[in-house]
Design a protein around this ligand. Structure first.
Ligand SMILES: NC(=O)C1=CN([C@@H]2O[C@H](COP(=O)(O)OP(=O)(O)OC[C@H]3O[C@@H](n4cnc5c(N)ncnc54)[C@H](OP(=O)(O)O)[C@@H]3O)[C@@H](O)[C@H]2O)C=CC1
Ligand SMILES: CC(=O)N[C@@H](CCC(=O)OP(=O)(O)O)C(=O)O
Length: 317
């Protein structure tokens, strides 16, 4: 049986990558609107209601509008935007987040694809909160750097198109200085924290790939866990996961650098515990492709889980 799939926002950065990942699939029938119809509300309404599954690769307002245009009970939605990340009735599309999450995604009518930064940060912190190593009330910080494709077509033009009005020569930019980045709520909710993490993102002069870091002063935590214990909890949480791996301590201890483009083009997420047992400190670190496990790859994984295609399974059975 084929699944009728409509990607709303198909020619944007995330949409194009999803289409490229799915182009060879024989089990999917694509509903596609031409250039002249792709922003026409009437044509989109028709496509949205004709599809078995739609993937929304749109700005938040257009994503909300798309959901409001669906007037039947069968069309299922995967929203790549931030619009529904903590909305009631939506399942958070991060299958490795807990053993139950994959099952919840498989049966869901509305799935919200996680943000790129939260994918790394939640993967690092949630298992430690669940295990009681990090108290729910702990003051956490998340630092990150992303390639400029994270900002979609506009930011790509800003860094690549010398004729763009906002073309920039910047090598590196810290941003979200008001400490209210749109990803903070989904991080807090899915990490299970009582307080919003302090989130400090940055963008670098390269297209794609990201590093997300959560520093922890282990000596200050109630149980004073060792780096080895933190690593053990993370490794156990993702044992058998197909797309998430925890790098062995011996391997990460031998590393002297980490660059953000290392997983580009994949749906992988690699987690590291760079630590110092003497000082009781650890830098929990996630490496991912913002357009892979941080967006398009993750959306495809959720689609596969929802339609029962084998490639989507979060864990090898
Ligand atoms: N880039 C990334 O790394 C990630 C992005 N996301 C999210 O995915 C969503 C898409 O992002 P991204 O692909 O980067 O953004 P882009 O700006 O690259 O693409 C968005 C696309 O949506 C189209 N569009 C805008 N308004 C409408 C509308 N009313 N009807 C139909 N199409 C419309 C745009 O048209 P036009 O081409 O004319 O501008 C564009 O093609 C965003 O919500 C973003 O936050 C999520 C995770 C990571
Ligand atoms: C570099 C850059 O600007 N990145 C984007 C996040 C991209 C993303 O993942 O946004 P959503 O998943 O929430 O749609 C930003 O910080 O707004």
């Amino acid at each position: 049986m084929t699944t009728k799939l409509f990607i709303d926002g198909e020619v944007g950065t995330t949409g194009l990558q999803i289409r490229a990942r799915l182009d060879q699939r024989k089990d999917l029938d694509f509903i596609s609107l031409g250039e002249e119809k792709r922003k026409d509300a009437g044509a989109r309404r028709e496509a949205l209601n004709a599809a078995d599954v739609v993937i929304l690769c749109l700005p938040d307002d257009a994503a909300k509008e798309a959901v409001s245009l669906i007037d039947n009970k069968t069309t299922r939605v995967i929203d790549a935007s931030t619009a529904h990340r903590v909305a009631p009735g939506w399942v958070y599309g991060f299958p490795e987040m807990s053993p139950e999450q994959g099952r919840a995604i498989s049966g869901a009518a509305r799935v919200t694809n996680p943000g790129c930064y939260p994918t790394g940060a939640i993967a690092l912190v949630k298992p430690l909160v669940d295990a009681g190593l990090v108290p729910k009330g702990w003051p956490l910080t998340v630092n990150a750097v992303s390639g400029y494709s994270g900002g979609g077509k506009q930011m790509i033009a800003e860094f690549e198109d010398e004729d763009a009005p906002n073309y920039t020569f910047e090598a590196f930019r810290a941003y979200a200085l008001g400490l209210a980045h749109k990803h903070v709520p989904e991080m807090q909710v899915n990490m299970g924290l009582d307080h919003p993490p302090l989130f400090a993102p940055a963008v670098g002069r390269y297209a794609q790939g990201m590093i997300v870091e959560v520093p922890l002063q282990l000596w200050a935590l109630p149980g004073k866990p060792s780096v080895a214990r933190v690593h053990e909890v993370l490794a156990a949480a993702y044992e058998g996961a197909r797309f998430v791996s925890v790098v062995p301590l011996g391997e990460s201890a031998a590393m002297t650098k980490l660059e953000p483009e290392g997983l580009n083009g994949t749906n992988e997420l690699k987690l590291f515990a760079f630590g110092n047992e003497t000082t009781g400190q650890v830098m929990l670190t996630a490496l991912l492709d913002n357009l892979g496990k941080g967006a398009s790859g993750q959306a495809v994984q959720c689609l596969n889980i929802m339609i029962g295609a084998d490639e989507g399974l979060a864990v090898d059975l």
